[in-house]
Structures are given as structure tokens and as C-alpha cells.
Design a protein. Structure first.
Lengths: 246, 246
DNA sequence: AATCATCTAAAGGTATTACCTTTCTTCAAC
DNA sequence: GTTGAAGAAAGGTAATACCTTTAGATGATT
């Protein structure tokens, strides 16, 4: 990625902005440049001062544009020498984070979330059973075992229990080999982490053991490559969660 | 929502920022204030200069924070007298837009998208059949009829055809009464609009008529409240789309 | 009296300029 | 060879002045 920093020449794909919300124009041009393939993941953009010259705007305006792009995970900013503005790598957890913010703020209710989650996760398990690698299956079993251990002792804080549970589901999402599912799963968990803090603690050992048993069953079904079974077990698992929290 | 603009006093829920990325701190505090219910949808924040005083930072720093929040749809900025910074209303199309940007940039491939879409939309039709209002059903039938008319004449540009198709699917999403589904649907369409521009035009009248017939069938199933049928027809409809574009 | 054009104040949008802070690299002293 | 201090690149912040948009108020015209 080469940049022509000479203001006099016309830049290959950047042009000066129109009046109004200049930073929006700039953000759009940079996004477009990425979509068109002129800028690729990891590419470094010119520094803020140079960008200002290129777009014919001041540095604050450039910075506002960068902030917008940074917020939605399009670019990444690093400080120091060899720092700068970089086209962000496709990390699904970035997506998840932003998406979580969206869901949390945009009028989606918890009951809408669980309704969606029910079939979403079941579907995810279905594909995971067909695509999980040996390593991923081992990982799932490993997590399920940890949960089983933890389930018995009511000493373990419920936050720990929840974290293990979420880790399991995220691993299933990964195993389903679909970045969209991974992103949505992470987003949902972002919401759950926030909201579950407001719920009463789960000291119910019987419930914990049921959960552990559920997850182990799902891990086994995925390990056997039995998609329908994995799907069904996951659906039942989520179903039990819903009735517990409603 | 009242604000104490006197710098000397401690603000009820805003506090001065730490060094480093001050704007991040500010964005976080505002988000938190919304989550905690201190700020509600439609509330107007103090103007940029006052916020600067409240947080103990300069105006550019405040603006960068606002840009971040604006990008993810948390706040909305209006100019002019009676303008200002407002907590954004829960408009799912805002979510959809931001989500679309995320999906487009974050390594999700088209084939992952269609795979997800298949069951997602079928599920959506299932719930729509159980929840659609009379008015929504009429709207669906109306759109399906328009598509039917348009299908015959190859005069009508394919962009128009696609728009009608997307409108139908969005109406189904609305009818399913789940904001999460609506947001995801809009996001997917955002991606499709961008990518479909790169595909060859659809002059295939037979295909168009098949589409029109599909949608009419779905609308009818929803109108009858036959959830399983609606689900099945939607799945078949998407299936045909996939085979067409692969 | 109704209507249309102009004025004006509030608030966001931009430009300038100067300086601070972080973070490497480099090179010298030990 | 290790340690440490200086320097340079690039983002982060501050302060200030001025432009632009927008809606309501005001007043003139018909």
C-alpha cells in the first residue's frame, strides 16, 4: 500500500471532502477503499497529519473519522514509533463487542434474546457436529469435565461456573465454522454477562449438575458427529435455561 | 434529565477522566450512564462545551468520544438551534447498518452468510406465522403481488426486483416480533445489497416468476397462521436462491 | 390578517497551533 | 554483553477562533 503524500497530485482513490460532515465523508472513503481492496488487513494508513493533507482537512477532522471507524472495528490505532492507523484484522470478538453494545442499547429484550438463542444455538450444535476437529472435541469435553467438577462444590463462585458455561458455547460456535455465528454468539454472551450480574446467584447444586450433564451430552454428540442428536440436546439445554430464568 | 454544569461540584454520575485515551473513558461513562438508566432514549446531553467542563477535558476530546458512540448507534447528533447530542432511539435499522459494516469487514464469507440465512429466515417465517397482524399480512400479500406483476416484464430493472424482494423479507422479520431478528435481517440485506451489485443481472423471467410464486406462498402460509408450512416454504425459497447464486 | 423573507442565537463542524505522552530504535557508557 | 539514556515518530490533548446549520422570532409586504 503506497500513498502519494504530495497534495498537488490527485490521489488514486482518496479525494477531497465536501462541506458538511467532512469526517463522515472521510470515513466512507476509507471504508470504500478497504471494500475495493485498495487497502488490506494490516495495511498501515498515512499518519493523521498526512491524511489531513490528502483529504484537505484539519487533523481533528481526520481523527473524528478515525474514531468512527475504530468504533465499528474497521481500523485499529497504535501509539508510539511504528504506531499509526492500521486496517484491523478480522477478529470476531471485535465484532461481538460492538454487536453486544448494539443489542444492549437497541431495545432488544431478554425474552427476545432467549427466543432467538434457542434455535440459533441448536443450529450451531448441528453444524459443529459435522465440522468439529478432533482438537475442538477434546476441548469441549475438557470444559464439560471442569464444569462437572465445579458443579458439586458449592464453594466455587457462580461467576466461575457461568464463565465455563459461556466458554463451552463459544467453542461450539467456533466448531461450527461460521464467523457470523461466532460473532453473534459472542455478542449474545456480552449481553448475558452484563444482565446475569443482576440475577440471584445459583447455589442450586442439582441445577448445576443438570447443566454439567447437558453439556457433556452435547460434547459427546458432537464428538460422534451425530448432528441431529447434538441439535436436539442443545435445544433441550437452552430450554432448561429459559425455564430457570423466567 | 438534569445536568449540573458547575465544574466545582461533583457530578452525579460523570467523573473526570484519567490520562491516556480520555475519549474512551468518556464514551464508557456515557454508555454506562445509559445502561444504568440515568440517561434514557431521547434525552439530550449537555452541549459539547459543557461536557468538556464536566469531564475536565477539551472539546475535541469530547467530540471524539461522541463520534465513537455515534458510530455504534448509541447517540445521535443534530445540528442547529435545539440541536445537540441525544440518546438514540432504538431504531433497528441503525443496528442493521452498523452490523452490516461489521459483517462486511470482518472476514465473513458469502457462503457463511447464506448458510446462516437458510435456517435463520425459515425460523423467522415460523414465528411470523404465529404473530403477524392482519395489517402485516396484507402488506406481505401486497408486496408479493407487486413482485408478481414485475416478474413478467423484463423491462423492470433487476434492482427494483431485488428491492421488492428485500422489502418482503424485512416485513417478515418485523412480523416475527423480535428486534434481534429485525436487526440481523437488515444487516444481512446491507451485505447483500453491496455484493449483489457485482453479480450479473437477472433477466431470467422463469426464475423471477418462481421467486414471485415462492413469496406468495409464504405470505399465504403466514396469513393462515400455518407456522410449519411458512417455515418450510421459506427454507425452500432460500434454498433455491442459494443454488441460483452458487 | 395572512404570508413570506430576514434576522438571530444556540449548537455542532472545522481550522490552527502548540505541546504532551507513548514507544521504539539507537548508541554510548559501564 | 548488558544497561540505560537520548531521540524521533506518531498518536493524544488543549485552547481558541471562526464557519455553518437550523428553527424560532420578528417584521415587512400584500
Amino acid at each position: 500500500m503506497q500513498f502519494d503524500t504530495d497534495i498537488g497530485d490527485r490521489h488514486p482513490f482518496f479525494s477531497e471532502v465536501r462541506p458538511g460532515r467532512g469526517f463522515e465523508d472521510i470515513a466512507m472513503q476509507i471504508k470504500e477503499a478497504i471494500l475495493q481492496g485498495h487497502l488490506k488487513d494490516g495495511d498501515r494508513l498515512p499518519n493523521e497529519r498526512e491524511l489531513g493533507s490528502l483529504f484537505g482537512v484539519s487533523r481533528p477532522t481526520v481523527r473524528e473519522a478515525i474514531r468512527s471507524l475504530e468504533a465499528i472495528g474497521v481500523v485499529e490505532v497504535r501509539r508510539g514509533v511504528y504506531g499509526g492507523i492500521f486496517v484491523a484484522e478480522p477478529k470476531p470478538d471485535h465484532v461481538g463487542k460492538a454487536l453486544a453494545a448494539l443489542l444492549r442499547f437497541r431495545g432488544a429484550t431478554i425474552s427476545e434474546l432467549v427466543e432467538f438463542r434457542q434455535t440459533f444455538e441448536a443450529e450451531m450444535a448441528y453444524w459443529a457436529a459435522q465440522r468439529a476437529t478432533t482438537k475442538q472435541v477434546e476441548q469441549l469435553v475438557s470444559i464439560a469435565n471442569k464444569i462437572k467438577e465445579v458443579a458439586h462444590s458449592s464453594e466455587v463462585p457462580w461467576e466461575k461456573f457461568i464463565e465455563l458455561d459461556l466458554a463451552f458455547h463459544e467453542e461450539v460456535a467456533q466448531a461450527s465454522r461460521n464467523q457470523i455465528r461466532v460473532a453473534i454468539m459472542l455478542a449474545i454472551h456480552g449481553v448475558l454477562r452484563k444482565t446475569s450480574l443482576m440475577l440471584e446467584k445459583i447455589d442450586d447444586v442439582a441445577w448445576r449438575e443438570q447443566q454439567a450433564s447437558d453439556l457433556m451430552g452435547i460434547a459427546e454428540a458432537i464428538g460422534e458427529g451425530n448432528a441431529e442428536l447434538a441439535q436436539k440436546r442443545m435445544a433441550n439445554h437452552i430450554e432448561r435455561n429459559i425455564s430457570k430464568f423466567n
